[in-house]
Design a protein around this ligand. Structure first.
Ligand code: ANZ
Ligand code: ZN
Length: 871
């Protein structure tokens, strides 16, 4: 490293320069934006945090990524909106109230205050003027407004329904919040409970939400697949199977495989199916069947219908008629049939459905092959002769030919799907039907800390929406929060008992609050005009800013939040308030921040920093000296004690190092494994850049215009690389790597050419390095920019452009020998390195011919002149 003599550069001290620049940016309203029809807009949005108390490394990564995008796009000349706010309603605030007696609003306010200062310390380019907090009446008023609009349109409605109930959180959970039968937050087993609940009719948009996936080309395929599966479209038919002894009544089934209708040898009903009681009338086995039903109803639905779960059933004693074969077939009740899906009744085709096959084998129900395979089957006889009696598994392929299927025999299953659907409709046996797995969105929560649902129940008028003029329905302040029983709002009589706005007789308020996913379904619109008190958002602003150009957040929101936000956008569009069909054009789902874990038998999880010993001698617990087991690399979490506190990281190394590390350590969509060496490396790099640039500032007066094509080439190659990495797919890690190489090239050049040769090319290189570094490490870049003698902010600089002319390289000729004999020659760029030249030499067609596939023993390179291949 060259030492400067001209001027003491001073040492890099992030603790002093970072607060300085943060204040500067704020005082100068550096990131405040307004609509400007003359400029192209760019809306950069990061998923807003829940104000849990402190930011964690996952937040840091998320917001730093967003910040690089925002700063970069702004330097590219776009009018960038980059807002921040708080997803401030939710359970933890209420739990804090129950445990510690602090009011949820107080707890939340304190947390927001603290986290806001934490975020400021990262140097994030937010327009804080637009900050929103969903727990404030001026925000949730509009949740209520949307609710009323949806209620008017039949998109918000109430129904009795079995809900997922978490006994420990004492709240209803959405299906999406139940993971493997357990509560997504606390992991307790979820039970079923019947309650009258408010729903949003998201199913009204099922088809549009599904087909829209095909046009979201800026979304990761993985997320689109999850959305498509969640919506779960099935195309099939509903068909009637008449009761054998009561021909005027029928069981309606839903199938996607009507091509197998002739093979249906039994019908199975969901335990909850309404016809069951009628079938049981006067039967000897009725009580046995009822016992089975009661037992099954108690089982968790997701568990009992899971693929691997044991299939259980019971014969009702009744028979139905297969509408195609006219055969009498038994009616069963099965634990694997869901009342909520299709018609709650299915036809069972054991020869062609594995689940039905196992069931039929278990209960000795006939199996009938109606599709013969075209190729030798894995189970059954030789080609084309699947034998019903010999099957060891269902033939589920949709290839082959129909057999024993009346006039449809001989068709391919594909042809039969269509022909049989036509037949069913023409014979009035049923109709085509499309089903979706998607259910309506249950939004009722028996919780305090959420948006009150703006509905009243009047003794005379029934269900009455709160008039728009009376919004917001504010949360009462003094509600005892005990964590026991139903909705806390029931306890506040002045909230509860009101007069009906229509007839003035006594009425009662709805005491449910809204799912907090409602809050986050439209917050990106509120940022556009956060102070507006006449509408949820300004339509003109929305016309300018929407849709969000880049949305950034965790993959854990791939289904729920993103689907709800898409749904809301379509509702808002149909209200005539926005023109866009989709809220988010591009989506980046960043990976998790992970770290290794350590465990002690006695003291459980240990902080990685506190274990004693070494890799070689083994790790030990600092409390008891027992061996500490090194566990897997896992997502940072408090419970596993494998966390790094961003605050400490910033205090030790500065925000720019924290930023650079989180960008450099992994591509944004991949998990990032924490390692101290990486942080050290990032810090060292910034220190070096600091020394390089500050020492260069001293020789700025050099007027020499020594034209150094090689250095210019590196400069322009780096501009190109960083720009393309950012434009193509935000490959921050390779962009930062390019900056590190650029730094090396500049110092190499300085060493070789000498400080005396300072001139335009070096000035350009150093200036470019600072500008290119600025979105990643903004504070140091601002400071260095100033020290280079520039007046304004580095962020007011246009993003550098590369010129193709500067990229063009001189070529040289390299001679290629095999065993010392001249065999060929190649032209390569003058600055190619040894590896590139060797591989070009080996790839040369003449050489390949000479080598005839032999692999060389040795390849010798004489710099700038020849390659000798020894075989
Ligand atoms: C006969 C059949 C034969 C079926 C065959 C499949 C294969 P999707 O919509 O793709 O999930 N089914 C219908 N309603 C059901 C319910 N409420 N509970 C459990 N299962 C149900 O699959 C639709 C298929 O799932 C339907 O087609 C039905 O079984 C079953 F070789 O009918 B199939
Ligand atoms: Zn729970």
């Amino acid at each position: 490293m060259k030492e400067t003599t001209a001027q003491q550069p001073g040492t890099y001290n992030p603790q002093s320069i970072e607060p300085f620049w943060q204040q500067r940016w704020e005082a100068g309203n550096a990131f405040r934006v307004a609509e400007d029809p003359k400029r192209s807009k760019y809306y950069c949005l990061v998923m807003f945090p829940y104000p849990s108390g402190r930011i964690h490394m996952g937040h840091v990564r998320n917001y730093v990524i967003g910040d690089v995008v925002a700063r970069y796009k702004s330097m590219r000349g776009l009018n960038v909106l980059h807002p921040m706010g708080w997803d401030a309603f939710g359970l933890p605030a209420e739990n804090a109230a129950i445990e510690r007696g602090v009011h949820p609003s107080h707890w939340t306010d304190e947390n927001m205050l603290y986290m806001r200062t934490q975020l400021r310390r990262l140097g994030l380019s937010y327009d804080w003027e637009r900050e929103v907090a969903t727990c404030k009446p001026d925000y949730y008023k509009w949740n209520q407004w949307f609710f009323l609009k949806m209620h008017e349109r039949g998109l918000a409605y109430k129904k009795m329904s079995a809900v997922n109930w978490c006994p420990s959180c004492e709240t209803v959970l959405a299906n999406e919040q139940v993971i493997d039968g357990a509560c997504w937050r606390c992991d307790s087993a979820v039970v079923q409970k019947e309650l009258s609940q408010w729903f949003f009719k998201i199913t009204a948009y099922a088809e549009e939400l599904l087909s829209g996936c095909d046009r979201l080309s800026g979304w990761p395929e993985r997320v689109l697949t999850m959305q498509r599966n969640w919506i779960g479209k099935s195309v099939g038919v509903e068909a009637d199977f008449p009761l054998a002894d009561q021909k005027n009544q029928a069981i309606r089934i839903f199938t996607t495989r009507q091509d197998t209708l002739f093979g249906a040898t039994f019908v199975t009903l969901a335990p909850e199916h309404p016809i069951v009681e009628e079938l049981l009338k006067g039967r000897k086995n009725a009580s046995e069947v009822r016992n089975f039903i009661e037992r099954t109803k108690k089982q968790d639905k997701t568990v009992r219908t899971a693929e691997g779960a044991e299939k259980e059933g019971i014969f009702t004693g009744a028979y139905a008629v297969n509408p195609m074969t006219k055969e009498r077939i038994p009616i069963w009740i099965g634990n694997f049939v869901l009342m909520e899906y299709g018609t709650g009744a299915i036809m069972c085709v054991p020869a062609h459905d594995q689940r039905d096959f196992e069931f039929a084998k278990k209960y000795r129900i006939p199996i009938r092959v109606v599709i013969q395979s075209a190729s030798p089957p894995a189970a059954g006889g030789p080609e084309g002769t699947l034998q019903s009696e010999e099957l060891t598994a269902a033939y589920v392929e949709e290839t082959g030919k129909l057999v024993d299927s009346g006039k449809f025999s001989g068709l391919s299953p594909h042809e039969a799907l269509e022909k049989i659907a036509v037949f069913i409709e023409s014979e009035k046996l049923g109709a085509r039907k499309v089903n979706y797995k998607l259910r309506d969105w249950g939004i009722s929560r028996q919780r305090y800390w959420g948006t009150p649902i703006p509905i009243l129940y009047c003794d005379k008028c029934g269900t009455v929406p709160v008039p728009y003029d009376d919004l917001p329905v504010t949360l009462p302040q003094d509600v005892p929060l005990t964590g026991k029983g139903g909705s806390p709002l029931l306890e506040d009589k002045t909230f509860l008992n009101v007069k009906c706005p229509r007839c003035k007789s006594p009425a009662r308020r709805e005491t449910d609050t809204m799912d907090t996913f409602v809050d986050s379904s439209w917050y990106f619109l509120r940022y556009l005009s956060p102070g507006l008190n006449t509408a949820p958002f300004d339509m003109k602003s929305a016309a300018y800013w929407m849709p969000v150009d880049q949305y950034i957040g965790g993959i854990e929101h791939a289904v729920l939040h993103l689907l709800y936000a898409r749904f809301f956008t379509k509702v808002v569009r149909d209200l005539g308030l926005v023109k866009t069909n989709e809220p988010f054009t591009n989506l980046l789902t960043q990976g998790m921040v992970c770290m290794e874990t350590y465990r002690c038998e006695e003291h459980r999880w240990l902080f990685p920093g506190e274990v004693i010993g070494s890799e070689k001698d083994g790790w030990r617990c600092p409390h008891c000296s027992r061996p500490a087991m090194r566990g897997r690399v896992e997502k940072m979490s408090k419970s596993k004690k494998n966390i790094v506190d961003p605050e400490q990281l910033i205090a030790t190394y500065g925000a720019d190092t924290a930023r650079l590390f989180s960008l450099f350590a992994a591509p944004p969509e991949k998990d990032l494994e924490w390692n101290d060496a990486g942080v050290e490396g990032a810090s060292r790099f910034l220190n070096r850049v600091w020394r390089l640039v500050t020492s260069h500032a001293g020789s700025q007066t050099a007027t020499g215009t020594e034209w150094t094509a090689a250095l210019r080439r590196v400069t322009h190659r780096t501009i190109k690389k960083v720009t393309e990495d950012l434009d193509k797919s935000f490959q921050f890690n390779t962009a930062v790597a390019a900056l590190m190489e650029f730094y090396n090239a500049i110092t190499d050049w300085e060493r070789e050419v000498g400080a005396a040769q300072n001139g335009e090319a070096l000035d350009e290189a150093i200036r470019t390095l600072v500008i290119l570094l600025s979105p990643f490490a903004p504070h140091i870049a601002e400071e260095l920019w100033k020290r280079l003698g520039h007046a304004g902010s580095v962020f007011m600089q246009p993003w550098p452009r590369w010129t193709e002319a500067a990229l063009a390289t001189d070529e040289i000729t390299i001679v290629i020998q095999i065993n010392g004999k001249l065999r060929s020659q190649i032209r390569v760029p003058a600055d190619s390195d040894e590896k590139e030249i060797q591989s070009s030499a080996l790839a040369d067609s003449k050489i390949r011919e000479w080598l005839k596939g032999q692999s060389p023993k040795k390849v010798i390179y004489v710099k700038g002149r020849l390659v000798n291949i020894v075989v």
